[in-house]
Design a protein around this ligand. Structure first.
Ligand code: SAM
Length: 355
């Protein structure tokens, strides 16, 4: 293409869009800074603040507080009043940035993004070599960020919305059932279910031994270790026990062999049992997912979930945006005959799958 064919307005519009993109990339680290240094919590608990006041209350040098505040103001995260030189965090932003119990809580989302970006070179090397990058090979921000990102959504929806959307499952759990939470990571979902249903017994499992160690600690802290066991095993090898409910939260697409995992679930599920699969919200066609959320999910897919799947035998690489039709195909290959979308949120789709 010659210079004469270039639309310079379009070129410059693209360049200026990139300025915003770079600002957003840096903001991932600025959110971490605000979270770790206590800047957001300080702004949330005080009114309009100067950079000197923020610096003094958080014990950090004023230039850090000042430049961070200015970056946050330019990013419309805090508001700046030039009349008095004070910065304030709107109450809604304060909830999203400081309240770990809110489903809108955001620092975990940024943390998993930061950890993911940190490991880019590893992914580049793997792509060149035609291999994958296992979940265990990632920076701890990926593991901790994953828990901090997903937990608030599970806390808001799992017991109050998702389990009741499954036919007969709450009654069964209330009476006492055997449950396997496969690919449980740090066990956020396992612990929430164990707290809600004290008569049921839970086995959380994951391929990643360090995550299982953390999950055990989380269960002990929550006082549910008497009814939860955690094991380091792959989803394709669930053992001889039988379960009335098997759950998978945001992990089927990470697995190398999702059909093999589905077959293992089929074998481990009681004939009248239920398999609940929670996956990132997605449409079936690429064009359905070309949205801001799809962009973030495809980003995680390319850098985190797809390399994880490719690091395992089979390497099916479903991707985070597989969509209901592809998930249905996977479970059908394992002999499941009943499949429906039981619930959905802007971020997740919940599938009810039965033999
Ligand atoms: C995105 S994390 C989700 C963790 C957890 N379910 C949650 O919602 O917080 C995906 C998890 O799947 C696990 N995983 C990937 N492949 C697996 C496999 N074949 N068998 C068991 N776990 C697997 C990873 O180790 C990781 O903990």
């Amino acid at each position: 293409m010659t210079a004469a064919q270039i639309d310079t307005d379009k070129l410059m519009a693209f360049v200026f869009r990139a300025v915003d993109e770079v600002g957003a990339t840096l903001n991932t680290a600025l959110v971490r800074m605000g979270d770790q240094l206590g800047y957001y919590r300080d702004l949330a608990s005080h009114g309009p603040t100067t950079s000197a006041e923020l610096a003094s209350r958080t014990g950090t040098p004023e230039p850090y507080a000042r430049e961070w505040l200015n970056a946050q103001a330019a990013g419309r995260i805090v508001e700046y009043d030039p009349a008095d030189g004070r910065y304030s965090l709107p109450p809604e932003h304060a909830v999203a940035l400081t309240d770990e119990t809110s489903p809108a809580y955001l620092p975990g989302f940024f943390q998993i993004a930061l950890g993911t970006v940190h490991d880019t070179d590893r992914v580049v090397q793997a792509a060149r070599a035609g291999t994958g990058v296992g979940w265990h090979e990632h920076d701890a921000d990926v593991h901790v960020g994953c828990e901090r990102f997903f937990r608030p959504g599970y806390a808001a929806n799992l017991v109050s919305g998702w389990l009741p959307a499954l036919d007969g499952v709450v009654d069964m759990l209330t009476a006492g059932a055997r449950v396997a939470d496969v690919g449980c990571g740090h066990g956020a979902s396992t612990v929430l279910m164990a707290q809600a249903f004290p008569r049921s017994r839970f086995v959380g499992s994951d391929l990643h031994a360090a995550s299982i160690e953390t999950a055990r600690a989380r269960a002990a802290e929550a006082g549910v270790a008497d009814r939860v066991v955690f094991e380091t095993v792959p989803a394709q090898q669930l053992g001889d026990a039988r379960y009335q409910l098997i759950t998978m939260f945001d992990c089927l697409h990470d697995m190398g062999d999702p059909v093999g995992a589905a077959r293992a679930v089929r074998a481990a599920l009681e004939p009248d049992g239920t398999w609940m699969v929670v996956e990132p919200a997605a449409g079936d066609a690429v064009e359905d997912n070309l949205t801001p959320l799809g962009r973030a999910y495809y980003g995680f897919s390319a850098l985190l979930c797809t390399p994880a799947s490719l690091s395992q035998p089979v390497g099916a690489a479903l991707g985070t945006q597989a969509g209901p039709a592809r998930i249905r195909e996977v479970v059908s290959q394992a002999g499941f005959t009943r499949f429906r979308v039981a619930a959905s949120t802007p971020f997740n789709t919940v599938f009810e799958i039965r033999p």
